[in-house]
Ligand binder design. Structure first.
Ligand code: FAD
Length: 321
């Protein structure tokens, strides 16, 4: 059944996040030959329209308003509801980001719709749209079929490949008018914690350190390896609790969930709560002094050794490539 599917283009620092392009690829599957409509919301976002076209959107609409310069659940839901009213879609796809996790349930409840959250795959099988999502902290996967009504889902970053970019493509961005009013939250200022390098939740390579890193300085070799690989640094809660690094780096059940192509765990024991955040990474390399460490049970490659010897060796080897 051909459907019209909306995809929210999520911008940060004036650029669309990669998950927006992954969402377009998911939306193409859901649309089953129908139309994929990219949606931009913000103060001046029209210039991002071509990016959505280049990754496969068939049409792009935007709601622009100074009150939408920062994300607020009220403002964005008013904007999106105006788009939904105009476009009348049969499907909606968001990234399973902080924004998507906040906004999607709000919209679903306004529409009286179900929501499949945190999907890692979607396919057409036997006449049904089948979504796959991890359960029990990534230890199992369940399949969800939408039998009726709106197909509304959020997709986990880094799992659904975006379509190939067609750099020559461009198109119109049509404006949807929405009255943004009675906002209960007004954001006056955003103070960003200085973070270096690649965004952890979207990184293709993550080099994560645990209590075995032993100090803040102990993270330096990990940062160097991450730089060489174009990746991001992450951490276990053990390392965060010990004040070796900031909690924004924490991966796990109560931290970020990451699914990079390569996850290097150094000096991390592999507690169940840590595995919850990284066990679905495509390739896992564990470095630990203790050959019995639990992390080796989920690792594709294990190195029993001192991370302060192994990590610099890896960095030197990768520099040669
Ligand atoms: P440890 O368990 O102390 O492991 C350190 C490892 O480093 C050891 O295996 C050791 O052999 C190795 N090592 C030491 N020196 C070296 C060296 N020189 N070279 C190589 N290896 C070395 N944890 C998370 O990570 N994320 C979460 O989101 C999270 N949420 C939690 C939620 C709850 C409700 C609870 C109760 C716990 C949670 N935890 C979480 C904590 C979790 O249970 C573990 O305590 C934590 O993951 C341990 O961190 P670690 O592996 O760095 O430290």
């Amino acid at each position: 059944m051909a459907r019209k599917v909306l995809v929210l283009g999520e911008a940060r620092d004036g650029q669309l996040r990669n998950v927006s392009f992954e969402a377009i690829a998911a939306a193409k599957t859901v649309a089953e030959g129908g139309e994929v409509v990219g949606v931009l919301i913000g103060e001046s976002v029209n210039s991002l329209g071509n990016d959505l076209y280049q990754y496969g959107a068939d049409k792009v609409v935007a709601v622009e308003d100074a009150k939408l310069s920062q994300y607020t659940p009220d403002g964005y839901s008013q904007a999106l509801m105006a788009v939904i009213e105009q476009e009348n879609p049969e499907g909606i796809i968001f990234g399973h980001t902080s924004l998507g996790k906040d906004l999607a349930p709000k919209i679903a409840s306004k529409l009286g719709s179900g929501l499949i959250s945190d999907a890692v795959a979607v396919e057409e099988a036997g006449g049904n749209l089948v979504f796959t999502r991890p359960i029990y902290s990534g230890k199992a996967f369940e399949k969800k079929i939408v039998t009726d009504g709106l197909v509304f889902a959020t997709i986990r970053p880094n799992n659904i490949a975006p379509l190939e970019k067609d750099a020559g493509k461009s198109g119109e961005v049509s404006t949807v008018s929405a009255e943004i009013k009675d906002l209960r939250t007004i954001i006056k200022d955003v103070v960003r914690k200085a973070t270096e390098g690649v965004d952890l939740s979207e990184a293709k390579v993550v080099v994560a350190g645990g209590r075995g890193v032993k100090s803040e300085e102990g993270f330096e070799p990990l940062k160097e390896l991450a730089d060489v690989l174009g990746g991001a640094v992450g951490a276990s809660r053990g390392a965060c609790d010990a004040d070796y690094c900031d909690y924004s780096l924490q991966i796990g059940q109560t931290g970020k969930v990451v699914t990079p192509d390569l996850y290097i765990a150094a000096g991390i024991s592999g507690a169940i709560q840590h595995l919850a955040g990284m066990s679905n990474s495509k390739v896992i390399v564990a470095i630990n002094k203790d050959s019995e460490a639990n992390i080796f049970k989920v690792a594709d490659y294990g190195i029993v050794g001192d991370l302060f010897e192994v990590i610099p060796m890896l960095t030197e080897e990768f520099k040669k490539l």
